[in-house]
Design a protein. Sequence first.
Lengths: 267, 376
Amino acid sequence: MKYFTLILLSSCLFLIGCEDEPKEQPVTSLDLTWTANYDGETFLTFKEYTYADGRKIQFNNLNFFVSDISLISADASAARTELVEIDYVDLAFDETQISSAEAGKTVRIQDLPLGEYAGIKIGFGVQADLNRSKPTDYGSGHPLTRNFWDGWSSYIFSIIEGAADMDNDGNIVTGGEDTETFTYHSGTDEVYNEVIINQEIILTDNTAPLNLKINVAELFRNSSDEFDTNGDGYLDIETFRGTHSANGEMTIAKTIMNNFSTAVTVE
Amino acid sequence: MKKIPSLSIAGTFLLLLLLTIVACGPEEPANPGPIDEPDDLLEFTYDPENYELDYPDYLGQIEIPEDNPMTVQGIELGRRLFFDPILSADSTMSCSSCHNPVQSFTDGLATSPGIDGNLGSRSAMSLVNIAFVNNGLNWNGSLQTLEEQALEPVTNEVELHETWPNVIGKLQQHPTYPQFFREAFGIADRNEITKELAAKAIAQFERTLISYNSKYDQIRFGSGVFYEEDEINGRDLFFFELATGLDHPGCSHCHGGVQFSEPSFFNNGITEAATFADFPDKGRGEVTGVPSDNGLFRPPSLRNIALTAPYMHDGRFATLEEVLDHYKSGGHPSPNISANIQPFTLSDEDRDNLIAFLHTLTDTSFINNPAFQSPF
């Protein structure tokens, strides 16, 4: 009987001890997928679209940096769970790469706690502390090994390049003295833009990818009297064929980066 | 008519012997077959000495493959192989024939002839700071590592036009190379010499070809050197885009950063093409198979650019003046020309200033570095 009591006591202590061990929090993975469209049509480079003012437009480059993407907790704490510190999103695919364009760019985030989230925060551009670094600070494959502007000591946050029928003659000329190309390069801390999208996101064992869709047409929205000369609500690309985020063009750069807030939708 | 003197028997013998010696050459093995001498190299010490690349942090990071660490012995073997015509079928050309140190490891030709006199289709690229290139080597980024790249010219029909089995045979029977391979890689006998080891050695040597002592670098170091006024103006034209609109050179779009390059591929407008299919040289498209990549090429580093004429992938421009005249014209029309190629205003003075700045990228200590010269 004495031994039986001892064994019983030891077993209880063992079980109590086990109960004190922390439980592992269930986690899952999440795919973030970036795609681009032009007013709903799959975005393809060198394909002609119609700009807001009716002229033909085509693109040969669309890429941008995103920083500090995080999920916002649904509880009262509004704590953030970081998904991506920095990434480079290149969505330039031509008509022979339609499947790639439709698939977009995906990054998989591992080990995220299951649960409900109230929304997602996305920084468009390179956040200030990382924007102090240079490509030479990183090894190959790191997002920040490209698109650095020495003159500005800043990364180029977004690059939108292409051409349009500037003279409305029905043709788009690329190259030579009559070229109709445009380059919108936005950068420096001043144009960094954070957006919080309030949308319920529930992470389960089998969460569908989070699709982040950019409507490229919306990146050109502009309602200033100076840059929207015909009053259609979009940048006058004939007059303002580029920005390098300098002098008076900084406003164009800032507007483009701000437009990412409304150009992106989350599904 | 003069009578041709006849040779005595002894004279004939001596002449034949002499001809035989001349024909074979001092270090030219004839039979590349295997050698039945196991462990014949163990008499030589294998004690490789690690080699640390020494260069300023601002140049960036060099990634050394785990299976090819840098050693003093590996680099020395690579240097020998790089300068030795033993890699070519007729022993007339080496890597250095197209990558001459004096011309910052180019050859001064638009396109280079191989051993048969046939011209390649592209200009020899400079090897300056090649270790920092990590988005694909060659003009079209076709090869990822220096080890892969070093294998290619040997068998290329318009370059060294040799076979690797032949090269390996020659190296195995060479009086000194087996020892060098032993010292660099620890092989036990000469039959263990492989093309992969030869390529590793060449890659090690090429990783040492680092330039960081140009005037541009000295100014970055803050070593009491300063730009002249024309160089400052040239630098600002190169890096800054202060003009409203697109009326500026915009050089740094493709030649940015301390390596004066960019890890991308561009169509810089040197070829007129109506469609993607019309580029005579497909460039990057040859690698990716993507039509809109046709006509795109890697922007070479501009370090030592004043020493590497002629310019462009086909060497079409003889001078830097011609290059700048091309860019200011806005290039030739083609569907995928980089949007950064825009016509811009450039006075003669500004053009001279830009070129003055480009000359600050010349590093004569690099081209004269004894470690980069032929050991022969």
